[in-house]
Write a new protein. Sequence first.
Length: 110
Amino acid sequence: MKGTHLGEFEELVLLAVGVLNGAGYGVRIYDEIREQTGRTCSISTIHSTLNRLEEKGFISSHRGGATDKRGGRSKRIYTINGAGEKALAKVREQREKLWQLMPKHTLGYG
């Protein structure tokens, strides 16, 4: 397993994989991120991030069935695993800890 640090975009992709609950593939993950955050990127960025997350051991994938709609090609379906869930929990805990330390006047309401 590669390093366990999660970058900001890796975190978004990992969250989208989790939200899609075993039904996530490249374009669907891209759409989920765009819909929930308004953020856009290339589909190749999504695929390279998915590859990194799989190398780190946070997700697993399998080939779905080939369809005529896709010219006989199959989709690679991604699923978050226990290590991925733990990594997200750790990032969330770290962020929440820092938010609690943030002076209120810094946030514009103190």
